[in-house]
Design a protein around this ligand. Structure first.
Ligand code: UD1
Ligand code: CA
Length: 456
């Protein structure tokens, strides 16, 4: 049986009050429309047509590496009209098309699979996913006949007072027999409160033609549509709970899952402990047995096993096995820190590699540098990488001992097995085996206070 899917993502999203198209607002770090696309693909439905309209270019850009087709809906005349724009995509196809919306990202892979199975098992021409809710406000209501069969959907704004009270809602997600859908779309009109072509009207049309309509009720947690920022935050809470549950099931300790913010695609090894207040973003991968103390932000980074991080920010970087970071370290993009290294308090590392077992313990800036292993940076070292116009590179070999309060003025090279005296400003290459001293010699003026008459 041939299966495909359409994802509606052309709407305005007026209620978001945003310059970003609604479906590109992120939930747990991923654009809503991409969450839906990825879920549908996980359920092995790969022929996907995304209906774009409002902010079409932005939506295409954001979804581009996901290999989907696009149809353009240049005027937003309603969800039924949106699907009419996919006629080219559907033409000549025989089988089932599922329709999802880019603003309902909580649908799960297993429900998508169940929807297709349920639809296929009973020869329905259309199947809708519904939810029973306490507060159906704003949603389309599902009308059933006395024999419990679904007969039509009435939009909130078109409801009579009696219909308002119905608490089974249309999720906006369906399966259709492709040929039946195409025929029904031609019969849609816009004689309703919003003057729009409503996709849910297809259900009533098919029913009137004597076709069988299926309805599969699922928890509201999966059908929640996001039209406003408040709903976005509510949906994010649901998603976050799922993500955290999954990590705990995989053997990760979350001290307080209600206060731990992990993006959808993050991977974490077992026996890692995560304290409250952490924000772990993007495609971050954390190994086994790490400890992430409170209030760190880690984005698009790879953290090997046995790493300890305290209250630090790590962006687009790699931290080697057994290394400790923080408190209050800032590791900026394109940095690679080796194994068993130490990046201590108030240390900033930018676009630099740091070798194994090197210690940068306190109050230090390292930028655009390549640093070997087993080096020791004294407190207050500064790599002077910027001359006001250009950034320059600093290269330091293995076993360099950099005294406190050293400036390394780039471009500069410090070879293996070297010492730099505290307080030096290094501008020239330091040869292997040397001690470099680059500061004024100390002068003691004996009896100076007495001469000045200021001795106490
Ligand atoms: C829709 C359903 C409603 C259902 C609810 C579930 C209709 C008429 N109503 O209402 O029965 O209970 O979803 O969340 O379908 N879109 C387009 N082009 C358009 C209009 C909308 O692509 O011309 C897209 C939007 O981007 C959005 C989706 O369709 O992703 C749903 O549109 P929206 O306006 O949010 O519909 P609801 O009022 O929520
Ligand atoms: Ca909606």
């Amino acid at each position: 049986m041939y299966n495909c899917a359409i994802i509606l993502a052309a709407g305005e999203g007026k209620r978001m009050k945003s310059s970003t198209p609604k479906v590109l607002h992120k939930i747990c770090g991923k654009e809503m429309v991409n969450v839906v696309i990825d879920t549908v693909k996980e359920a092995k439905v790969n022929d996907i047509n995304v209906i774009v309209g409002r902010g079409a270019d932005k939506v295409k850009d954001a979804t581009t590496n996901r290999t989907v087709n696009y149809s353009l809906q240049d005027k937003q005349l309603g969800t039924g009209h949106a699907v009419m724009c996919a006629k080219e995509f559907l033409k000549g196809k025989k089988g089932t098309v599922a329709i999802f919306t880019g603003d309902a990202p909580l649908i799960t892979k297993s429900t998508v699979e169940r929807l297709f199975d349920f639809h296929g098992s009973k020869n329905y021409k259309a199947t809708i996913l519904t939810s029973i809710v306490d507060n159906p406000y704003g949603y389309g209501r599902v009308l059933r006949e006395s024999n419990q069969e679904v007969c039509k959907i009435v939009e909130h704004k078109d409801c009579t007072e009696e219909e308002m009270k119905i608490n089974e809602i249309n999720s906006g997600m369906y399966c259709f027999d492709i040929e039946s859908l195409l025929k029904s779309l031609d019969k849609l009109d816009n004689n309703n409160a919003q003057g729009e072509y409503y996709l849910p009207d297809v259900i009533g049309i098919l029913k009137n033609e004597g076709e069988k309509i299926g309805a599969l009720p699922i928890p509201f947690e999966e059908t929640m549509g996001i039209n406003s920022r408040v709903q976005l935050s509510e949906a994010e809470k649901v998603m976050r709970k799922r993500i955290n549950q999954m990590h705990m099931d995989n053997g990760v300790t979350l001290i307080d899952p209600d206060c731990t913010y992990i993006d959808i695609d993050v991977e974490i090894g077992n026996d890692t402990i995560i304290y409250p207040g952490n924000v772990i973003q993007g495609k971050t991968v954390i190994g086994e047995n790490c400890t992430i103390h409170s209030n760190s932000r880690i984005k698009d980074s790879i953290i090997d096993k046995n790493v300890t991080i305290q209250c630090s920010t790590i962006l687009e970087s790699k931290i080697g096995e057994g290394t400790t970071v923080g408190p209050f370290a800032y590791v900026r993009p394109e940095s690679v820190i080796g194994k068993s290294a130490r990046i201590g308090d108030f240390v900033e590392i930018k676009k630099s590699t740091i070798g194994d077992e090197t210690k940068v313990s306190h109050l230090t800036y390292i930028g655009d540098a390549e640093i070997g292993s087993k080096c020791n940076f004294g407190c207050g070292t500064v790599v002077v990488n910027y001359d006001g116009q250009k950034k320059h590179k600093t290269v330091i070999g293995d076993n360099a001992f950099i005294g406190c309060n050293t400036n390394l003025v780039a471009p500069v090279k410090v070879n293996n097995n070297t010492y730099i005296a505290a307080g030096s400003t290094i501008t020239d290459e330091v040869p292997e085996g040397a001690l470099a001293i680059a500061r004024c010699k100390q002068v003691n003026k004996e009896g100076w206070l007495e001469k000045k008459g200021i001795k106490k």
